[in-house]
Design a protein around this ligand. Structure first.
Ligand SMILES: O=c1ccn([C@@H]2O[C@H](COP(=O)(O)O)[C@@H](O)[C@H]2O)c(=O)[nH]1
Length: 233
């Protein structure tokens, strides 16, 4: 279900221990955050774990970043929709045909279809890393290029960094959702993220949802860390 107060923080539940993750989740309210399940937890604990979170009334973003041939990706997003997730994603670099097929596959779910989002350029990548892939555009230009393909393919929004959010909001309007990982409250460890921003600035820049993992889950008091972030917004 979608909550009336539309919590902005999507907590990245990157745990290798299901009990520890559920102990943490049991201290949270769906009014204060949504939850993201990514490749680590899904690979360990699968759809049953996702269903446990949904049963606790949380909106779940299934962050599996599908990238495959159109038929396979379309079937995978249908499986996600049947699980009841709120949001699911694919890689924009899988191409327009793949994105269009995925969107079409969700049509039978009507209003219950999850939001379908395309990953543009990972927030762990900077210009150097992109150039190692043979991409000579800047991260900003490449994000804009892939976001344009996603928008033209009928997707609901993109994953990008908050550094690109204001230009994407200006170009695509308020209904095209911008999901931004690489969020780092002042003073927190940057880790492997390259294109970062604080939670407050990210929202001011046009982010719709802030994906935050380690600054919350690795904090001494994760519940207090979430509360402090929500208060700062
Ligand atoms: O471009 C992307 C896409 C996805 N992610 C995911 O978000 C979280 C970020 O966690 P932190 O601990 O806050 O760095 C993580 O699950 C990634 O897989 C991303 O970081 N960047």
């Amino acid at each position: 279900m979608s909550h009336l107060n539309d919590p902005k923080v999507l907590i990245a539940l990157d745990f290798d221990d299901e009990e520890a993750a559920l102990n943490f989740v049991n201290q949270l309210s769906p009014q204060d955050c949504r939850l993201k399940v990514g490749k680590e937890m899904f690979t360990y604990f699968g759809p049953e774990f996702v269903k446990k979170l949904i049963a606790k009334d949380f909106d779940v973003f299934l962050d599996l970043k599908f990238h495959d041939i159109p038929n396979t990706v379309a079937k995978a997003v249908v499986a996600a929709a049947k699980m009841g997730v709120w949001m699911v994603n694919v890689h924009a670099s899988g191409g327009p045909e793949m994105m269009i097929k995925a969107k079409e596959a969700l049509l039978p779910f009507g209003e219950k279809a999850p939001l379908l989002i395309a990953v543009t350029v990972l927030t762990s990548m900077d210009a150097d890393e992109l150039s190692r892939l043979g991409v000579t555009k800047s991260p900003q230009e490449q994000v804009l290029y892939l976001a344009t393909l996603a928008k033209q393919s009928g997707l609901d929004g993109v994953v990008c960094s908050a550094q690109e959010a204001s230009s994407l909001k200006d170009k695509f309007g308020k209904n095209f959702k911008l999901i931004t990982p690489g969020i780092r409250p002042q003073g927190s460890e940057i880790g492997d993220q390259k294109r970062i921003m604080t939670p407050k600035l990210a929202l001011e820049n046009g982010s719709d949802y802030l994906v935050i993992g380690r600054p919350i889950t690795q904090a001494e008091d994760p519940v207090a860390a979430l509360a402090a972030i929500n208060l700062s917004l």
